[in-house]
Ligand binder design. Structure first.
Ligand SMILES: C[S@@+](CC[C@H](N)C(=O)[O-])C[C@H]1O[C@@H](n2cnc3c(N)ncnc32)[C@H](O)[C@@H]1O
Length: 247
């Protein structure tokens, strides 16, 4: 490519990425601040990557279709991909929910969402919205979601009690929350299922069922959220930890 053509391509790419960056913002006002909640009494994993593993490997295990089947995700729904990262699930959910549904791809890392917006534009997926979140608050519009998935990201949520509490208003009545993670310590990018149950229960979520996913895919734990009015007050939430099986 000639030097001038390379320069034009670079300027176009820079302008495009700036456009995405300004488009990506909070979709809702802040919820309850993190300081009102207990901190987790166990390590929080660092954010190191926008994806869990190779997408071909995940497809070979039918990860996306298995999660969709178990959570009963259908055309026309609005599904939140919380901690969407590079969007393995976002792009597959976009096709599943179809033109009458939508996906809200949420993340705390704005650069990941900018890259994901480019990916969806390349694939001409027009039913995906992007939502910037805070570590303690997904900042999603009230009653917007029929279901939410949190895949290989729960162990990175710095303020899980605040996050789960502030997620509740975004969930429609009857919505399910599916959490996928590995049965290993949070410091090693997993969440022991007993710890997950304890933390979700502490905020008033109820477990519906837990399934083992194929291969090294980990588990899918499904919960129903408390009604907004039934939520415990933040000061009454007791952090889990220092018990057998909770690392
Ligand atoms: C290992 S990646 C997983 C991405 C994707 N869900 C997948 O399965 O490939 C974890 C993602 O969670 C995001 N994340 C970490 N803490 C978060 C939080 N409190 N709220 C929303 N996203 C968060 C990170 O920025 C990262 O994109």
């Amino acid at each position: 490519m000639m030097a001038w053509a390379r320069a034009v391509a670079l300027v176009v790419a820079l302008v495009a990425s700036r456009a995405y960056a300004t488009d990506i913002e909070y979709l809702a006002p802040p919820g309850v601040p993190a300081k009102e909640f207990p901190s987790p009494r166990r390590p929080v994993a660092e954010i190191v990557s926008p994806s869990r593993s190779d997408e071909q490997h995940r497809d070979a295990l039918n990860e996306a279709s298995e999660i969709a089947r178990l959570l009963e995700l259908k055309p026309g729904m609005t599904v939140g991909d919380i901690g969407a990262g590079s969007g393995y699930h976002t792009v597959r959910l976009s096709k599943l929910v179809g033109p009458t549904g939508s996906v809200i791809a949420e993340d705390v890392t704005k650069d990941y969402l900018v890259e994901l917006a480019r990916r969806t534009q390349r694939q001409k997926l027009t039913n995906v919205k992007f939502a910037l979140g805070d570590a303690h608050d997904p900042r999603l519009p009230a009653s917007s979601l029929d279901a939410a998935i949190l895949v290989h990201m729960y162990h990175e949520i710095a303020q899980p009690f605040a996050f789960l509490y502030n997620l509740v208003p975004a969930l429609k009545r009857g919505a399910r929350v599916g959490i996928v993670d590995l049965e290993r310590p949070t410091s090693e990018h997993g969440t022991p299922i007993e710890l997950l149950r304890c933390e979700l229960t502490a905020v008033g979520y109820r477990e519906i069922a837990t399934h083992q996913l194929a291969g090294d895919g980990g588990y899918l734990a499904m919960f129903s959220p408390p009604q907004q009015a039934e939520r415990k007050s933040p000061q009454d939430i007791v952090a889990c930890g220092n018990r057998a099986g909770i690392r």
